[in-house]
Design a protein around this ligand. Structure first.
Ligand SMILES: [Mg+2]
Length: 311
């Protein structure tokens, strides 16, 4: 089984109660705790040495990434983060200065977004550092952006540029919190997700939850400079378009809105976020799967994004 099949199996019959508005299967859980005009967002995420970061990475950047991943999921629900708990598992022999560096990376990003680090836990783990972050946040009732609301005819948008994140960006990215909130405040966002598994993989999460398909215009997909340079430098590197479609950890926002909002949204975005690119890359359809369209025609795209384990 692959990662997603296993998750589906494990989450099929989990205990629930009346607080749960949206359970497993979205970027955050959504809970109704009776706050008059807000819902609670609840999230956990872990990074593991050798999987999500190399031990040679600067510790501040490792801490930044550990917290930023959770913040990116709160952003993708159009929420505001409130507080986090940090669990860190350390090998028996650890470098105290390195761990302090991780915490200073966590703290710097938390301060920037007014997130309290409200506690945590330290434990041991043979050989590898593991950092697990649990986070709560709030979102206005009726404005939580789920994966499940995409409708045929919607325009599909993505922020920033995609591909090649593992060269560097995955340790330095800025979670799109202000952008996610602004989007939901000003436009009816039908579906939203952050790009962690790769554009195609995360678009498929939206399509599955929304029971829809998508047609992407290959020439519209914003490809990062890193992905373009990598393919020029090394013949074995992924072609840039494939890198943009399947590389993981871009942590940009991918969302859909009704087609009639596409142009007003682009105009308002340019004024609000002049430094961050926003691109319409295609449309939602009622046919299953992803279709790529270029000047030679349309073809189904079946390659997957990043998965932690397969087989
Ligand atoms: Mg996510």
């Amino acid at each position: 089984v692959n990662e997603f099949e296993l998750i589906e199996k494990l989450t099929r019959s989990l205990p629930t109660n009346k607080s749960v508005v949206t359970g497993s299967g979205d970027d955050c859980a959504v809970l109704d705790l009776g706050l008059p005009d807000k819902l609670l967002l609840f999230k956990t995420d872990a990074v593991v040495e050798g999987v999500h970061f190399k031990s040679s990475a600067p510790p501040e950047k490792i801490g930044h990434k550990a917290l930023a991943r959770c913040l990116s999921d709160i952003a993708s629900m159009a929420g505001t983060p409130t507080a986090a708990l940090i669990t860190i598992a350390l090998p028996k022999t650890f470098d105290a200065g390195f761990i302090e560096g991780i915490y200073s990376g966590i703290s710097a990003l938390a301060r920037k977004h007014d997130v309290a680090i409200a506690g945590g836990e330290t434990t041991t783990n043979p050989e590898r550092i593991l950092i697990s972050v649990s986070m709560i946040g709030l979102a206005p009732r009726g404005k939580v952006a789920l994966r499940s609301g995409a409708e045929a005819g919607d325009a599909i948008f993505v922020t920033g540029e995609l591909g090649g994140s593992l060269a560097n960006r995955h340790l330095e990215f800025e979670p799109r919190l202000a952008e996610g909130r602004w989007l939901a405040e000003h436009f009816p966002i039908h579906a939203m997700i952050d790009v962690s598994d790769g554009l195609a993989g995360d678009l498929r999460h939206i399509l599955k939850a929304s029971r829809a398909g998508a047609e992407l215009l290959t020439t519209a997909i914003p490809i990062s400079r890193t992905a373009k340079l990598a393919s020029r430098a090394e013949s074995s590197a992924k072609p840039p378009l494939l890198a943009a479609l399947t590389d993981g950890e871009d942590f940009e926002l991918l969302f859909t809105v009704a087609a009639k909002h596409a142009v007003p949204l682009l105009d308002a975005w340019k004024i609000q976020f002049p430094k961050l690119k926003l691109t319409c890359i295609g449309k939602i359809t009622d046919r299953e799967g992803i279709t790529l369209r270029d000047k030679t025609g349309a073809r189904p795209f079946i390659a997957h994004g990043y998965e932690h384990f397969s087989k």
